[in-house]
Design a protein around this ligand. Structure first.
Ligand code: MUC
Ligand code: MG
Length: 367
């Protein structure tokens, strides 16, 4: 079970259509595949999706920090030394996506070694999650069409709507069109990626007061400290901290400071070890969680569902698990399938997925 090598392989796969939101836009999955090798020949995998506009990590940076700092830090430890791994990775500030992928590849390798799924190792609550689909910026008609298609083809009934444009009416018109076009039974919530001010957010939420939204996420920056508290204190729905609360310490500060009342857990930036800490912290605080999406491919989505299905509180709400559907291709031998609005944890040890070596050879950008 000793870790003997860690690979960081950059690859790029185009999206069929870009995903646009207030803090950036994604045209291609410019990710890094991480593989952890053990002395018994077991290989664990995980995906690192850098988000330069959110955390400052890039594909080249993720590969470099893993090769130069994190691989030497974990080589020689065993797959069971997960707290030691966490401690060594935590010596370096930042780099959440790079650290998370190393952590999750170790969990995958452990699951494969023990012939047990990661979901069972973590908690084993369920084997599936309901799926929420994230709708990027477009016209009201195009966003309603996409939501209808997701409901028709995959049975998805929960939609996270990207907002944060100016004027706010651009987005409030979309949410109204979605409610009118899809009816009262779908769940709708909004994510501003810090695009609005606190007062714009308050105005937009007032304009949408009759639309039965279930959550509001990062509508304005957490750094607008008093404005954000003022906003959160007047909302009648949970306000989700996403990019403002990556570590347990940040979660604690945001929640106790009144700047958020719910938390998005994203395995692609917390790993399983950090995600578990955040999950237990939220449980202790009595704060709701949502399994978020860092615009993950299939491997990242397999990680999200593996973690989300493991616990009661993480599987209560629909998880954001479907944006890989917009990619032109992916790396897994067996594609993930969403049916009846649910994604099942792929059966099998570890994450239950295999990398298609031909596809990896085709899409990797380092050879
Ligand atoms: C989200 O919830 O914000 C957009 C940027 C990012 O890092 O994740 C996405 C989704
Ligand atoms: Mg978000």
């Amino acid at each position: 079970m000793k870790i003997v090598a860690v690979e960081a392989i950059p690859y790029t796969i185009a999206y069929r259509k870009p995903l646009r939101f207030a803090s950036g836009e994604i045209h291609a999955a410019t990710h890094v595949l991480v593989r952890v090798h053990t002395d018994d020949g077991v290989v664990g995998v995980a995906d690192a999706p850098p988000r330069p506009f959110t955390y400052g990590e890039t594909q080249r940076g993720v590969a470099a920090v893993i090769e130069d700092i994190f691989a030497p830090a974990v080589i020689g430890l065993t797959l069971l030394d997960r707290e030691a791994v966490h401690g060594r990775l935590s010596r370096t500030v930042g780099n959440p996506v790079a650290k998370a992928a190393v952590d999750m590849a170790i969990w995958d390798a452990l699951g494969r070694t023990l012939d047990t799924s990661v979901t069972e190792l973590l908690g084993g609550w369920s084997d599936r999650m309901r799926v929420s689909h994230m709708l990027g910026f477009d016209t009201p008609a195009a966003m309603v069409d996409e939501a209808r298609r997701m409901r028709g083809e995959y049975g998805i009934e929960t939609f996270k709507v990207k907002v944060g444009r100016r004027p706010v009416s651009l987005d409030t018109a979309v949410v109204r069109a979605l409610r009118e076009g899809l009816g009262d039974d779908v769940e709708l919530y909004v994510d501003g990626n810090r695009g609005w001010t606190a007062s714009e957010s308050a105005r937009a939420m007032a304009e949408m007061a009759d639309l039965n939204l279930s959550l509001a996420e990062e509508l304005c920056p957490a750094d607008d400290v008093l404005g954000r508290r003022w906003l959160v204190s007047q909302l009648s729905v949970p306000f989700v901290a996403d990019e403002s609360a990556v570590t347990p310490a940040e979660v604690t500060r945001e929640i106790l400071g009144g700047s958020a009342t719910a938390v998005s857990i994203k395995t692609s930036r917390s790993g399983f070890t950090g995600g578990r800490r955040t999950h237990h912290l939220c449980e202790g605080l009595g704060v709701e969680v949502v399994m978020g999406n860092q615009i993950d491919g299939q491997l990242g989505s397999a990680c999200t569902v593996a973690f989300g299905a493991a616990f009661d509180t993480t599987s209560r709400r629909a998880g954001e698990l479907s944006n890989f559907l917009d990619m032109s291709d992916d790396l897994l031998t067996e594609p993930l399938t969403i049916a009846g609005g649910e994604l099942q944890v792929p059966p099998g040890p570890g994450l239950g997925v295999q990398i298609d070596e031909d596809k990896l050879a085709h899409y990797r950008t380092d050879t």
